[in-house]
Design a protein around this ligand. Structure first.
Ligand code: NAI
Length: 328
């Protein structure tokens, strides 16, 4: 049997964890030929709940699941890990200022970054889901100086998938006929879903985007505020779709993106598209051979430029805030 891939999931007892672990164990993330060993990392108070989830994983008798271990210590939780999904984060409490939120999350993602640096496998790939995802990824990467920066990514795949679905509905085509949509910037309300390079039912996405009333009045705000709309409707935040997006992100990273298409991921900027170096910002990307490649050379018009710049400015502010806290 092939050696199992070690997959660490933090926040394993949470909502997303519950929607994520069973799909990883079923082979949906790494493919039907790759056994996985799950390493669940939780805070001590949630270890018992994680044990319950582990019992259910046992009860599924997944042929690909080589084992489940539960930890409350990041050093053990990340030891030898190949794929790390950082889902657990500190939510914004009532009356909590942004600086407090960033500091509380720094207290999680800085030590996790260090533990990944010191103990993860050489090929470790990290996806940060817990919010504020981009800046949490920046904190983790900054605390892992020996791991290449491109191995730390933030999840904007849920935004990407939301955009695909909204466009498909508008155009009356199946989602499979929507390609090359891009999410730029931060996973926040400032993100910019870009249709100008897309292909929708064989036609240029720019044709749809020419309807500016729909673009700015419906499409962009619907995608950017979808998370809040789901909380309003469901009484709980999006967990199954977030877990699905995490599966999509890692699967495409490891197994490759389809020919002729691209996806969106938060990556450590090297300065492309005017995004300052060292911000973790969402870009259009393809993947092959287990590495992301930035889609280069897209023309960015004034409309898109202003929106990308606004979201990137928010990321730069978040970086300043965590810098002043000594977290990066
Ligand atoms: P949840 O509150 O149900 O679960 C979070 C879990 O993380 C809890 O079990 C908690 O005990 C655990 N946790 C907290 N600190 C931890 C630490 N230091 N180490 C390990 N585990 C820790 O939350 P849910 O719904 O599962 O969401 C998780 C995160 O994902 C939130 O930050 C949420 O905002 C974010 N999210 C991100 C999305 C994206 O598109 N990037 C989409 C949806 C949610």
């Amino acid at each position: 049997m092939t050696t199992p891939v070690n997959v660490t999931v933090t926040g394993a007892a949470g909502q997303i964890g519950y929607a994520l672990l069973f799909r990883i164990a079923s082979g949906a993330m790494l493919g039907p030929d790759t056994p996985v060993r799950l390493k669940l990392l939780e805070i001590p108070q949630a270890v018992k709940a994680a044990e319950g989830t582990a019992m259910e994983l046992d009860d599924c008798a997944f042929p690909l699941l080589a084992g489940v271990d539960i930890y409350d210590d990041p050093t053990q939780g990340f030891a030898g890990t190949n794929v790390a999904l950082l889902v657990g984060a500190r939510p914004r409490g009532a009356g909590m200022e942004r600086a407090d939120l960033l500091e509380a999350n720094g207290g999680i993602f800085a030590p996790q970054g260090k533990a990944i640096n010191d103990g993860a496998a050489d090929d470790v790939r990290v996806l940060v889901v817990g919010n504020p995802a981009n800046t949490n990824a920046l904190i983790a990467a900054s605390n892992a100086p020996d791991v290449p920066k491109e191995r730390f990514t933030a999840m904007t795949r849920l935004d990407h998938n939301r955009a695909l679905s909204q466009v498909a509905k508008k155009a009356g085509v199946p989602v499979s006929e929507v390609r090359r949509v891009t999410i730029w910037g931060n996973h926040s309300a400032s993100q910019y879903p870009d249709l100008f390079h897309a292909e929708v039912g064989g036609r240029p996405g720019a044709d749809l985007a020419a309807d500016t009333a729909w673009l700015t009045g419906e499409f962009i705000p619907t995608v950017a505020k979808r998370g809040a709309a789901i909380i309003e409707a469901r009484g709980a935040s999006s967990a199954a779709s977030a877990a699905n997006a995490a599966i999509d992100h890692v699967r495409d990273w490891v197994l490759g993106t389809p020919e002729g298409d691209w996806t969106s991921a938060g990556l450590w900027s090297t300065g492309a598209y005017g995004v300052p170096e060292g911000l973790v910002s969402s870009f259009p990307v393809t993947s092959s051979g287990g590495d992301w490649q930035l889609v280069e050379g897209l023309e960015i018009d004034d409309f898109s430029r202003a929106r990308i710049d606004a979201s990137v400015a928010e990321l730069a502010e978040e970086r300043e805030a965590v810098r002043s806290l000594g977290l990066v």
